[in-house]
Design a protein around this ligand. Structure first.
Ligand code: HEC
Ligand code: HEC
Length: 359
């Protein structure tokens, strides 16, 4: 009797300690810090102190990004409009949301976003990636679902419960943590192996045509660098000028723009017609171009700049001044590039595309 009791006690103890170990194993929160690639010529990856990147956080964010669970009828994911083969942009003029309705603007490429940390969307209406990530989920033209419903779906999914635990050491999923994980993944969409990057690192040479195009780009001749700055090679967006009206439309009043752009967000009429200066990385994969996708090809974009900006009250002053000067001296409003020069400029722009990024 005594012996039986003794054995069952030992057995019980053993069982308890096994259980404890098993639980303990699941309970251990040991995130692996993400080591950002150290890229020559790039500024260090800007770190969001409120959202330290971990391998587990990134894995969770990646799963969320590709999962249609984030849309009302579970039919589309972030990746439906941000397609990797198009540098995470959309080849359609307008992306289509869950209700079959087209969005208002062209879906932007997602590349080297960490270096564009201050303003997102064509009109700059969000200032951080986690803040941005929640917008398309709720947007009636995109995933069109209430955030509490998404959180409920994730909480009912044991795989996600496990992944959130591993990433953030929590049992209760929140929209804020979901957004942080997506942002961590987006920050890893880093492109640095374009021909131009390799040229900048001294690994390859550019052709004569590409070099001539680069010259047009970075001098007053083409005058692209004022907005698409070469001093920020990660993105080619001027560090001190995030938005501009590059003269797409001719309107006499700032109230006549079809899309107010930055002005829609700030409510300031002087911002009407101004849009986020887009990255020029991966242009080979991101057609059509501009916020409204009005140009189907790079040739059309170059012809537009070559013909000259259209006049409007908010046209970027440097563009107006340049154009006026040309008008006085050469009787030409636009850049006045020859056919060869236009081809050179295009050849240069294409060196900014990184085919390894889209695989
Ligand atoms: C239905 C298509 C669609 C879906 C789904 C979608 N997006 Fe977008 N995304 C867009 C469009 C269109 C824009 C530009 C909208 C604007 O500027 O008004 C955009 C812009 C963005 C930007 C801004 C990039 C920049 O350079 O400023 C980010 C980041 C982004 N989306 C991430 C996401 C994430 C994360 C998801 C999933 C949670 C997502 N998107 C789902 C269409 C979509
Ligand atoms: C005054 C600032 C400014 C100058 C100068 C400028 N751009 Fe732009 N660029 C912009 C803005 C702003 C946009 C987006 C406009 C929009 O969609 O409303 C843009 C869009 C583009 C796009 C489309 C990218 C996309 O993903 O849709 C390309 C390509 C481009 N520019 C190339 C050039 C080239 C080449 C030059 C020189 C010939 C140049 N830009 C000069 C501000 C400028």
């Amino acid at each position: 009797m005594m012996r039986k009791f003794f054995i069952s006690c030992i057995g019980g103890l053993l069982f308890c300690s096994l259980l404890f170990h098993a639980c303990n194993k699941v309970e251990t929160y040991t995130p692996t810090p993400y080591i950002a690639p150290n890229i020559q010529n790039f500024r260090p990856l800007p770190i969001d102190a409120n959202n330290p990147m971990t391998v587990e956080g990134i894995a969770l964010g990646k799963k969320l990004f590709f999962d249609p669970i984030l849309s009302r009828d579970s039919s589309i994911s972030c990746a439906s409009c941000h397609k990797q083969e198009h540098s995470f942009s959309d080849d359609r003029i307008r992306s289509i949301g869950v209700d079959g309705l087209p969005g208002a603007r062209h879906a932007m490429p997602l590349v080297n976003l960490a270096w564009q940390k201050d303003r997102f969307f064509w009109d700059g209406r969000t200032s951080s990636l986690p803040e941005q990530a929640l917008k398309p989920i709720e947007d009636p033209l995109e995933m069109h679902i209430a955030l509490p419903e998404v959180v409920r779906r994730l909480q009912n999914n044991s795989e996600y419960v496990d992944l959130f635990w591993k990433a953030f050491s929590v049992k209760v999923i929140t929209k804020e943590l979901m957004a942080k994980a997506i942002a961590q993944f987006e920050n890893t969409l880093i492109s640095y192996n374009s021909k131009f990057d390799k040229y900048a690192r001294g690994e390859v040479a550019l052709t004569d045509a590409e070099l001539r195009g680069f010259d047009i780009f970075k001098t007053e001749k083409g005058d692209c660098f004022h907005c698409h700055s070469t001093s920020a090679p990660e993105v080619f967006i001027s560090p001190d000028r995030t938005f501009a009206n590059n003269g797409l439309d001719s309107v006499s009043s700032a109230l006549d723009f079809i899309d107010f752009g930055l002005g829609k967000f700030t409510g300031n009429m002087a911002d009407n017609g101004r849009f986020k200066i887009p990255t020029l990385r991966n242009l080979a994969f991101t057609a059509p171009y501009m916020h409204d996708a009005r140009f189907a090809t790079l040739d059309e974009v170059i012809d537009f700049y070559n013909d000259g900006p259209k006049g409007s009250p908010t046209l970027e002053p440097i563009m107006r001044e340049k154009a006026n000067k040309r008008l006085e001296t050469q009787f030409h409003w636009g850049l006045n590039l020859s056919t060869t020069e236009k081809a050179d400029l295009k050849a240069f722009l294409l060196t900014l595309s990184d085919s390894s990024f889209i695989q």
